[in-house]
Design a protein around this ligand. Structure first.
Ligand SMILES: *Cc1c(COP(=O)(O)O)cnc(C)c1O
Length: 404
C-alpha cells in the first residue's frame, strides 16, 4: 500500500501555508501538483541543454532532441501505442481535440452525424459544434441519468450508418464518473464511426491501453498528471493520422517547400508545426516515470479508500447532496449544501487553507441538467490523506454554521 506521508515529501508545495494554515489541496481535478523530480527536470533543461530540436547539428540541439524523443517513447509505452509516431505532442487536451475536429472537417459531409455525451467538458462540445457549423453535420447527444450515468440504450439507438465520429470523456471532470468507453468504442466501430476519448480526467488515476481499447484517438494533458501546464498528448491510430490533413502550417511539419507546392513531413511531425514546448514534453516524460514509480494500481487503491472515507463523512452532513453516485468513480466529489451558494463555501474553505473548486467546472450542460448554478468539487490525489479530509469536514461544518 502506498505511504502518502512519504510521498508528500516529494511535493515541496505541500509544505506551504495559505492564510496562515497548512495548505490542503483538493483541486487535483483542475491541475495536479508537481513533484521535485519534475521540477528538477525543468531546471536541468534550462540550465544545461536548452536548444531548439530536430534541426541543429550542434551538441545542445542533439541532446534536447534525444530527450524530447525519449519522452515521446515514454508516453508511447505508458499508453501502449504501437508506434512512437502515433503519439503527437500537443499543448494539452483542448489542442488535441481541436486538431481532430479541424481535421475531420475534410472527411465529414452534410447530414453526417457526430455523437457526444451529455457529460462533456466545454472543450469537448464547442469544437464539435464548430465542425457541424462548417460542414452541415448534425450533433447528437447521449443523455445522462439523475445519478450521472450515460443512457447507453439511447446511445445504441443513436448509432447508424451516418455516424462518423463519437466523442466521450473517459471520466467526467464534473462528477468523476468513469464512463463505459469499451462498450462505446465497440458499438461505434460496428457502424464504421471513429472514436475520440478525452482522457484528461482519467489518466491521473487509470493507465489506459490504447491498443486493448482499440480506440482511434485518445487525448490527455500533462498538468493533471504531475507534469507542467501547456503540454499534452494525442494518440491517433496510424491509418487515421495518415488520412487527416495537418492542423497548422509552419516550420517542422514540412518535407519540402516551394511556392508552387509544399509536401508535408511524415508522422508525427506533420502535426507538430513550429517549435514545441520542448522542456514541457521532456518534463511530461519525467512526470509519467514518477507516477509509474508510485504505481497506478497503488494510486487507484489508495484514492478509492480516500473517496469512500470522504463519501461517508460527507453523507453524514445534513442537507448535503452529492451529485453523481456511481460505483465506477475516480476520487472526485461534487456536492452542494442546501441554501448555500457553492462560491461562498469555496471562499470560506480558502480562508481555512483548503483549495476546492466551485462553479460549473466547464460543464454547464450538466449543471443545467441538475438545475443548479454549480457545485463544490473536492478532488483527491494520492498525496492527500484522511487527516486532511477530517480537517475539510470540520471546515465545512464551520462554513455551514456561518452561512446558514
Ligand atoms: C481538464 C480537462 C480538459 C481540458 O484540458 P486542458 O489541459 O485545459 O486542455 C478537457 N476535458 C476534461 C475531461 C478535463 O478534465
Amino acid at each position: 500500500m502506498l505511504n502518502a506521508k512519504e510521498i508528500r515529501k516529494d511535493f515541496p508545495i505541500l509544505e506551504r501555508k495559505v492564510h496562515g494554515k497548512p495548505l490542503i489541496y483538493f483541486d487535483n481535478a483542475a491541475t495536479s501538483q508537481t513533484p521535485q523530480v519534475v521540477i528538477d527536470c525543468i531546471v536541468d533543461y534550462y540550465q544545461n541543454y536548452n536548444a531548439n530540436i530536430h534541426r541543429g547539428v550542434h551538441t545542445l540541439s542533439q541532446e534536447a532532441t534525444d530527450k524530447y524523443e525519449e519522452a515521446r517513447i515514454t508516453i508511447q509505452k505508458h499508453f501502449n501505442a504501437a508506434k512512437p509516431y502515433e503519439i503527437i505532442l500537443t499543448s494539452g487536451t483542448t489542442h488535441g481535440i481541436n486538431m481532430i475536429a479541424s481535421g475531420f472537417a475534410s472527411l465529414i459531409q452534410k447530414d453526417d452525424e457526430i455523437i457526444v455525451s451529455a457529460l462533456e467538458h466545454h472543450s469537448n462540445i464547442v469544437p464539435w459544434q464548430m465542425l457541424c457549423e462548417k460542414t452541415g453535420a448534425v450533433l447528437k447527444v447521449i443523455p445522462m441519468t439523475e445519478s450521472g450515468q450515460l443512457e447507453m440504450s439511447v446511445f445504441h439507438d443513436l448509432l447508424n450508418s451516418k455516424t462518423k465520429l463519437v466523442f466521450c470523456n473517459h471520466v467526467s471532470n464534473a462528477l468523476g464518473i468513469i464512463n463505459p468507453i469499451e462498450e462505446i468504442i465497440e458499438a461505434a466501430h460496428k457502424v464504421g464511426a471513429a472514436v475520440l476519448i478525452d482522457g484528461a480526467q482519467a489518466t491521473p488515476h487509470i493507465k489506459p491501453d490504447v491498443q486493448e481499447l482499440d480506440v482511434d484517438f485518445y487525448v490527455a494533458s500533462a498538468h493533471k498528471l504531475c507534469g507542467p501546464t501547456g503540454v499534452g498528448m494525442l494518440y491517433g491510430k496510424e491509418e487515421w493520422l495518415q488520412k487527416l490533413p495537418p492542423y497548422q502550417g509552419g516550420g517542422e511539419m514540412i518535407e519540402t517547400v516551394t511556392f508552387e507546392k509544399t509536401t508535408y513531413a511524415g508522422l508525427p511531425h506533420k502535426f507538430e508545426a513550429g517549435t514545441p514546448n520542448i522542456c514541457g514534453g521532456i518534463a511530461f516524460g519525467a512526470a509519467l516515470d514518477y507516477m509509474n514509480s508510485v504505481g497506478f494500481e497503488n494510486i487507484h487503491a489508495y484514492e478509492a479508500e480516500l473517496l469512500a472515507y470522504a463519501n461517508e463523512k460527507l453523507n453524514a452532513i445534513d442537507d448535503l447532496k452529492i451529485y453523481g453516485d456511481s460505483l465506477e468513480k475516480t476520487s472526485v466529489i461534487s456536492f452542494n449544501i442546501k441554501g448555500i451558494h457553492p462560491y461562498d463555501i469555496g471562499a470560506i474553505l480558502d480562508k481555512l487553507g483548503i483549495a476546492v473548486r466551485t462553479g460549473h467546472h466547464c460543464a454547464q450542460p450538466i449543471m443545467d441538467f441538475y438545475k443548479i448554478p454549480g457545485t463544490v468539487r473536492a478532488s483527491f490525489s494520492f498525496y492527500n490523506t484522511k487527516e486532511e479530509i477530517d480537517l475539510f469536514i470540520e471546515a465545512l461544518q464551520k462554513a455551514k454554521m456561518m452561512l446558514l
